[in-house]
Design a protein. Sequence first.
Length: 174
Amino acid sequence: MSAFSEPTRATSLRWGTYRGRYLAGLAYIAAGMLILLSTNTYTIGFLLLGTVAHVGGWFVLPATGARRLVAFGPSLIASFLMLTGPQILFSMAAVLFGWLLVRERPLRSYVVLLFPVASGVVMAYSFHANHDEPLAFGVESVVVIGSAELARVLATTKRSAPATPSSPSTPSTP
């Protein structure tokens, strides 16, 4: 059995190394979202800084251009929606969707999108005020990261062939 290799490793890069772009993209996406979520009416400059960092992170990730273009839109919209409070944390599934798309995960791994949606709905009923947002966002982030890792595991497992009925080794006689 051969070791799993990320499909995006086969992408030819015009600049930088795979590992450097992967880590930088991941850091910018996470930092951009964190900066965006810390925005309020007194720190409106963070909105611009967080947006630029978040979008820049998607563009730095090693992947095909079309996948990155499709991924950053829903992720950025989800980040803006989360400014309203913890009641909309289920939208973090859009960020995970972008991640799965950019990382070229197989369709069967997209089932993990249900976890951030479910945890977001549960947290919407559990946390009602903006002062609860750091805890709710932390919990949802752990769910999203765990779901991304589960998607990677699902991508690495081989689908087994359907079972075929075995033929009898000796012919039966009436």
